[in-house]
Design a binder for this molecule. Structure first.
Ligand code: NDP
Ligand code: 3PG
Length: 293
């Protein structure tokens, strides 16, 4: 990547890529007095860096618990397709993955049935075989995900598929009847496990979304655009998608999270502004000039 910058004409030394274990060089780099700003994409590490950064300007793109709110007037085929795409693509390992489905009770059975039908067809295995669901990034990540599933199961949630794991490979799992006392309602699995919370009012959905530590993105499925805009305004997240799964979008599009999901906003213009500092120089002339009004 740095070579590409050099080929594009960047002077040598203007951009550097320093490699090494984050735990060894991370603090040295982020707390070095020569650092003018820090931009970081990740999860808890970003929160730790922010706490140590003091007066250094920050741009943080961190975790998410993106909610998919499905109303009873939604196109349920469209909603189910987006729940699957949003929840399970890259095995759920995207900050913008759908991480909780908040569906009106009246259409919940239909949504769960439609999603289950699609989950049943997903291919599971190694990435070399182009499978849709592949192993999660580390064993500790798989253990964490398993902990969330077992907590929900013990507290009475319904596993729609058999829970299956081989090493870091976890089979896609929809967990229905999740309630707010379960960890899965709030924590980010970052894997192919998707909780469904059945709601009885739009307000309940908005409340759950805004009570989360995270506030990255969210989405709403309804045919009523006025209602969608009203809910979008009430959702305290960086972005809301109407009738599509959350997604970062093209790089010039503003991308930001609230609360533990981030600080600042990415996007070409926003990032340039964040990485530059306004500087004023005032020339005081010996005699008044016309520009001095
Ligand atoms: N909002 C966004 O744009 C995105 C957010 N995410 C979020 O990222 C999370 C998953 O990513 P994950 O990698 O687990 O996140 P982590 O917060 O665990 O970050 C891990 C990274 O931080 C490095 N690191 C470790 N210690 C330090 C330190 N002291 N200073 C600087 N860097 C350090 C690690 O390096 P090493 O490996 O060498 O130890 C590794 O590269 C999820 O929450 C996900 O939602 C993911 C994608 C996009
Ligand atoms: O790495 C991520 O998870 C991305 O920032 C999200 O991008 P996407 O929504 O386009 O996958």
């Amino acid at each position: 990547m740095v070579h590409c910058f050099h080929l594009a004409g960047f002077p040598k030394g203007l951009i550097s890529c320093v490699t090494g274990k984050g735990s060894e060089i991370g603090d040295f780099l982020t707390m070095h007095p020569g650092i003018g700003c820090i931009t970081f994409t990740g999860g808890d590490t970003g929160i730790a860096i922010s706490k140590k950064a003091g007066m250094i300007p920050l741009q943080m793109e961190l975790g998410g618990k993106d909610a998919c709110i499905i109303l009873d007037d939604a196109d349920l085929d469209l909603a189910a397709a987006n729940v699957v795409k949003g929840g399970f693509s890259y095995s759920g390992q995207r900050c913008t993955a759908v991480k909780v489905v908040l569906v009106m009770e009246s259409v919940a059975d239909t949504i769960v049935e439609k999603v289950n039908a699609k989950v049943a067809k997903m291919t599971v295995g190694p990435p070399e075989e182009n499978c849709e669901i592949t192993p999660v990034v580390t064993e500790s990540s798989a253990n964490f995900i398993e902990g969330l599933v077992m907590d929900a199961k013990q507290k009475g949630a319904k596993l729609c598929q058999e829970y299956k794991r081989e090493g870091n490979l976890i089979w896609p799992l929809l967990v229905d009847h999740v309630r707010p006392d379960m960890r899965l309602a709030w924590e980010e699995p970052f894997g192919p496990v998707l909780p469904v919370i059945r709601i009885n009012s739009v307000e309940e959905g908005i409340h759950h979304c805004n009570a989360s530590n995270f506030g990255l993105q969210g989405c709403i499925f309804t045919k009523d655009i006025n209602k969608a805009i009203m809910i979008s305004d009430a959702m305290e997240t960086g972005t809301v998608q109407i009738n599509s799964a959350p997604a970062r979008g093209p790089d010039h599009f503003p991308f930001q999270g609230l609360r533990d999901s981030g600080i600042g906003s990415q996007g070409i213009t926003n990032s340039i502004l964040m990485m530059t500092k306004v500087k004023s120089t005032v020339i005081n002339l010996p005699t008044p000039s016309f520009t001095m009004g």
